[in-house]
Design a protein around this ligand. Structure first.
Ligand SMILES: Cc1ncc(COP(=O)(O)O)c(C=O)c1O
Length: 384
């Protein structure tokens, strides 16, 4: 489990000292090309493109700086940063599967990840079985002789369901299967899956790590062996690289990640507790509340809880959307992880299958005072 206090030093301090002329922020190396004076130096560098600065679709110093900082925080040997979370996720998945292979994935994983697995990879003969993933028996039962990957997202980011990372990693190892987890929700501050035996961690940097809703990025972290393989193949061949400007912006934001997460955790829990007491709420999905069915599991594998959660309501969807319209501090939007609070309302439940129609309202608690956010939600509901 991550030591929360250590993350403050890892985020603020720069053990490799990247200062040039004393500059306290990493310089932006706005270069495609790095040139050599002697051909023997060039020949040596070409043999190990990821360890030398030759071409920025390989290794750019500003991007490398961010990769090393993220690797320190995630307790990884190595990291590669990508143009988006989806570029990181698709590259990580492609690095472990080939034609005819099988994947087991949590059914509530991020939508485009599921789409990539079910629609895109099926074109290449890769099949995916989706399971809810809450018990290890489901993973064991879904595995086949040709299974190459268990794909986890814990917590999932609509219903906030958890998987037991230690047990999944142990089972996967025994079956010769690789494990990837989307750790975007917890961030390296609250969960370090590699220390629990998971092979590769992916993050959408766009969310908390970026933290200011000003850039899109992703990262894959793991052993040097697995990351080098991704670096030479998916990173260089598909070319979804992070730009040096984005890496510099993210590096600046990273300094305050532990502080921001501390604030998000406190405010998120206050708002979730308030929501749990409201008459229009049937259930709150927040892994940091003792009422969450996997609360104990969460405590055993996470050292904190972030501020994206949802609630289920059987109020008419139009009424819930009107409530969202009347909120002053919560904007309506898909992303999260920035300073601004957000809300979205979506229909759930298959009425044709006889399920009761209900809505899932996803709330993201930003940096505003939780008192103001609660008062805002109260006034909006009372005004309808
Ligand atoms: C949990 C999760 N993973 C991955 C992604 C994809 O990240 P990006 O939008 O940076 O490609 C998202 C984006 O919303 C997400 O919520």
């Amino acid at each position: 489990m991550s030591n929360r206090e250590e993350q403050f030093t890892k985020a603020a301090y720069d053990p490799r000292d990247a200062r040039h002329h004393g500059a306290i922020h990493v310089p932006i190396y706005q270069n495609s090309l790095f040139a050599f004076d002697r051909h023997d130096q060039f020949d040596d560098a070409m043999k190990e493109l990821l360890n030398h600065h030759v071409y920025s679709r390989g290794n750019n110093p500003t991007v490398q700086y961010l990769e090393q900082k993220l690797a320190d925080m995630e307790e990884a040997e190595s990291a590669k940063c990508f143009a988006s979370g989806m570029a990181a996720i698709s590259s990580a998945i492609l690095s472990v599967v080939g034609q005819g292979d099988h994947i087991v994935c949590v059914h509530q994983a991020y939508g485009p990840t599921r789409e990539f697995l079910s629609s895109y990879l099926s074109r290449f003969g890769v099949e995916t079985t989706f399971i809810d993933g809450s018990s290890i028996e489901q993973w064991r039962g879904a595995a086949r002789p040709n299974t190459k990957l268990f794909y986890l997202e814990s917590p999932t980011t609509s219903f906030f369901e958890l998987q037991n990372l230690r047990l999944c990693a142990e089972l996967a190892r025994s079956l010769g299967v690789k494990t990837i987890i989307d750790n975007t929700w917890a961030t390296p501050c609250f969960q370090n899956p590699l220390t629990l035996g998971i092979d590769l961690v992916v993050h959408s940097i766009t969310k908390y790590i970026g933290g200011h809703s000003d850039c899109i990025g992703g990262v894959v972290l793991g052993s040097k062996e697995l990351i080098d393989r991704i670096g030479y193949m998916e990173y260089m061949l598909l070319g979804g690289i992070m730009t040096p400007q984005t890496a510099a912006i993210v590096s600046k934001g990273l300094r305050t990640l532990p502080l921001r997460m501390q604030r998000h955790e406190e405010s998120g829990l206050q708002v979730a507790e308030y929501i749990g007491k409201q008459s229009f709420v049937n259930r709150v999905n927040h892994p940091g509340l003792p009422s969450h069915p996997q609360y104990e599991l969460g405590l055993s594998q996470m050292s904190g809880f972030s501020s994206l959660f949802s609630f289920i309501s059987t109020e008419p969807i139009a009424k819930l959307k009107e409530w969202a319209n009347r909120l002053k501090y919560f904007k309506i939007g898909v992303s999260w992880g920035g300073f601004e609070s957000l809300v979205t309302v979506n229909r759930v439940g298959n009425e044709e299958a006889g399920e009761q129609p209900s809505s899932v309202v996803r709330l993201y608690v930003g940096m505003e005072s939780p008192k103001d956010l609660i008062a805002d939600m109260d006034q909006a509901w009372k005004s309808i």
